[in-house]
Design a protein around this ligand. Structure first.
Ligand code: G3H
Ligand code: 13P
Ligand code: ZN
Length: 311
């Protein structure tokens, strides 16, 4: 099946009260682990590549592998640029086979974010591609850019209508208390999300798809496994699954997950090497890693996203 945009995925998700998972991919095993889970549960899926992923694996390999996954599974799969930093990167993805791009102008002054996002939307729409914008700033680390909790800012619901109508974006990432990486809350801090902001956004733009970044839940068993087998991860706290489920039943149609996959892979590989110190065939340690990814994604589809059976 050819790659699809997220347009119909989001229309169906909004109406159905569920969300589609957007998982970051950097290599073949990650793509296979995610799409094997999606295939078994008949779920639509978004595979997203950051600028760092394109630098690591190269644009051509990523596009070819994602297309192979779509052909092999027959699933509706969207290939999305995650956190597009500038117009040129977005253009290169649009020209090179992606079906969706994010332009992340969230760090810019408001009017500059509007202008840059509109420039990308105009180009993308003329080429059959959809665009995700971002308003408000999440804390955490992405592509080595570290936004401190003090510099993060919640989305102002009063700006959302103006931003969406002036830019023409197809979906919008908002900041309601999630953050990138594995350390989302301080030890002892009670995880909280600003559902009041999400509700206000929903009321201002009924039917418009909202995106949640920084939505890993951080499986404590995986963290324990990493530390049991020689790792040193301090207390890592993610977004509680019931909160993500609630967001998915509201206007959130896309939930981004990267850290949970990284943690599951690391746990599986550390365990494998401790138990099998003489192994040196990459297939021996990448198989449990790929299986662990499949497990993470299956769990997300069934307990958080609710998109099983919706492909
Ligand atoms: O939000 C960012 C994603 O986790 C991608 O991370 O930029 O290190 O590839 P990356
Ligand atoms: P996590 O770090 O919570 O997995 O978030 C990933 C993300 O938002 C990618 O854009
Ligand atoms: Zn993100």
């Amino acid at each position: 099946m050819p790659l699809v945009t997220t347009k119909k995925m989001f229309e169906d998700a909004y109406k159905g009260g569920y969300a589609v998972g957007a998982f970051n991919v950097n290599n073949m095993e990650i793509i296979q682990g995610i799409t094997q889970a999606a295939k078994k549960l008949n779920a639509p899926v978004i595979l997203q590549c950051s600028a760092g992923a394109r630098k690591y694996a190269s644009h051509e390999y990523l596009v070819a592998m994602v297309k192979a996954a779509a052909d092999q599974t027959g699933l509706p799969i969207a290939l999305h640029l995650d956190h597009g930093p500038d117009f040129e990167t977005c253009k290169s993805c649009i020209d090179g086979g992606f079906t969706s791009v994010m332009i992340d102008g969230s760090h810019l002054p408001y009017e500059e974010n509007v202008a840059l996002t509109k420039q990308v939307v105009d180009y993308a729409h003329a080429h059959g591609c959809v665009v995700e914008g971002e308003l408000g700033q999440l804390a955490g680390i992405e592509d080595d850019v570290n936004v401190s909790a003090e510099d993060a800012s919640f989305t102002d619901p009063d700006q959302v209508y103006d931003f969406v109508t002036r830019t023409g974006v197809d979906s919008l990432a908002i900041a309601i208390g999630t953050s990138h990486g594995a350390y989302k809350f301080k030890p002892g801090q009670k995880p909280q999300l600003r559902f009041d902001i999400l509700k206000a956004v929903e009321e201002k733009l009924p039917g418009f798809p909202i995106v949640l970044h920084g939505a890993s839940s951080v499986n404590q068993d995986d963290v324990k496994t990493i530390n049991e087998f020689g790792g040193q991860m301090p207390d890592a706290i993610g977004i509680p699954e019931d909160m993500l489920r609630q967001a998915a039943s509201m206007a959130v149609c896309k939930i981004n997950v990267d850290s949970d996959i990284r943690i599951a892979m690391t746990a599986a590989i550390r365990k494998h090497f401790t138990e099998n110190p003489t192994h040196f065939d990459p297939r021996q340690y990448l198989t449990p890693a790929r299986n662990a990814i499949e497990g993470v994604v299956s769990h997300k589809i069934e307990t958080v996203l609710g998109c099983g059976g919706k492909a």
